[in-house]
Design a protein around this ligand. Structure first.
Ligand code: URA
Length: 251
């Protein structure tokens, strides 16, 4: 592989900037400065950039705290996508693992590892996805029993049993979490829902099936991977080695 491609695949900077760095002698191969961007890198060579080793990783994994208003796609002519939230140099070949609706926020994994994505999404692996939701009206234990029994959504699709935990039911103005003026009237409920699949608008449609409307939805975790509470909405970071080990361990 060419030296400039090796470095740009690791998302260090744009290919053009990296070419400049190579020509400026900032890159060494096995301790020797190499000034040719087309230099052929072979396995076992040690590449350093400004003295720091750069190891080649075929796959990259990002945790994104998805904000509302962006779509879970890789490109779109009119709307902002989750890929637009990654640094430009890091976008090649990357896709979100599954989808969150445009107005849903929270944990989204992005990777170029198609095999991992496939396994995480496959219903065969029963990976739990945990959501926090605010719902208009009063969610009841009957609703929780209906979720646990496997709901039929849109009159036909049968969902796997899901766990519904009720955190708060009461006047919206008493809920510390209510944010928008439309949430500030009437009763609302705060709940946590765990599902093992990802049907289109699944949580919203499950609540619809029990006559209620989701007004805020946030994904908190996917299998062992939990949304980093320090990660601001709209930001992403690489997964840590521990997070990756935990993810691979469940598949
Ligand atoms: N369920 C939904 O309804 N929307 C999402 O974005 C995720 C799960």
């Amino acid at each position: 592989m060419r030296l400039d491609k090796y470095l740009s695949d690791m998302g260090l900077a744009s290919r053009a900037e990296l070419k400049k760095e190579i020509r400026a002698g900032l890159i060494t191969v096995n301790g020797e400065s190499v000034r040719d961007p087309g230099f052929h890198v072979e396995e076992g060579m040690e590449i350093c950039r400004k003295g720091a080793p750069v190891r080649y990783e075929a796959f990259v994994y990002y945790m994104l705290n998805k904000p509302a208003g962006v779509i879970s796609a890789t490109e779109d002519h009119r709307q902002k996508t989750v890929l637009d939230l990654l640094p430009k140099e890091h976008r090649k070949g990357i896709a979100p693992v599954g989808r969150l609706d445009k107005d849903t926020v929270g944990l989204l994994l992005l990777t170029n590892d198609g095999e991992l994505a496939h396994r995480l999404l496959s219903p065969k692996h029963h990976v739990d996805k945990l959501y926090y939701a605010r719902v208009r009206g009063r969610v009841t234990e009957d609703d929780a029993r209906a979720f646990a029994g496997g709901l039929r959504i849109a009159g036909e699709l049968l969902c796997l049993p899901a766990r519904l935990e009720i955190l708060f039911v009461g006047a919206a103005r008493e809920s510390a979490a209510a944010e928008s003026p439309e949430e500030n009237t009437g009763d609302i409920s705060e709940v946590r829902v765990t599902i093992q699949e990802g049907k289109f608008h699944q949580i919203k449609r499950m609540f619809e099936a029990v006559g209620k409307e989701v007004i805020y939805l946030k994904r908190l975790s996917m299998g062992p991977l939990a949304l980093d509470p320090e990660l601001p909405e709209g930001s992403c970071r690489r997964l840590t080695a521990e997070e990756l080990d935990a993810l691979f361990a469940v598949l």
